[in-house]
Design a protein around this ligand. Structure first.
Ligand SMILES: Cc1cc2nc3c(=O)[nH]c(=O)nc-3n(C[C@H](O)[C@H](O)[C@H](O)COP(=O)(O)OP(=O)(O)OC[C@H]3O[C@@H](n4cnc5c(N)ncnc54)[C@H](O)[C@@H]3O)c2cc1C
Length: 113
């Protein structure tokens, strides 16, 4: 798996998928050898063209929002418990935060049962 970032990806925005694939496989071959040019499958995800995130890996809140309203993201509503990286108090927005939030909610639900 690899990412193409910033100007290097912008330069490929209008390129057809085959062109991007060829560039990616050529790059992989630099690191892993010629066998990398013939993968058994290939998935191209153009994160920068996603309507709602536009390539941003982490959602952001305006200054003050999390300190004022952050705890509300973690409060259960009836029987609904909220997991997801955005609810984490550590590494919010990242995989670490996602796992922590899952562990927190698993404990909450077990305690509530
Ligand atoms: C381009 C990009 C690069 C990233 N790079 C990194 C990185 O290098 N390191 C890092 O730590 N993190 C990175 N992240 C962030 C990381 O991917 C997220 O923090 C993590 O995936 C969040 O996990 P999550 O379980 O909270 O949410 P998600 O992974 O978003 O999972 C939510 C799931 O809920 C599903 N869903 C949504 N609505 C419904 C519904 N109504 N019913 C049923 N299912 C639903 C969705 O389909 C999805 O599968 C990156 C993210 C992006 C987009």
């Amino acid at each position: 798996m690899g990412f193409i970032e910033a100007d290097k990806m912008r330069a490929l925005d209008a390129a057809p998928a085959d062109t991007v694939k060829a560039a990616v496989l050529a790059d992989f071959a630099t690191y892993f050898g010629d066998r990398a040019k013939t993968p058994t499958s290939f998935v191209l995800q153009r994160w920068n063209n996603e309507a709602y995130t536009r390539g941003g890996p982490v959602s952001i809140a305006a200054p003050g929002v999390l300190t004022q309203y952050g705890p509300a993201l973690r409060e259960p509503v009836g029987g609904i418990h909220w997991a997801g990286t955005e609810t984490s108090i550590h590494w919010m927005g990242f995989m670490d935060g996602a796992v922590r939030s899952g562990e927190r909610v698993a404990k909450e639900v077990l305690a509530a049962l």
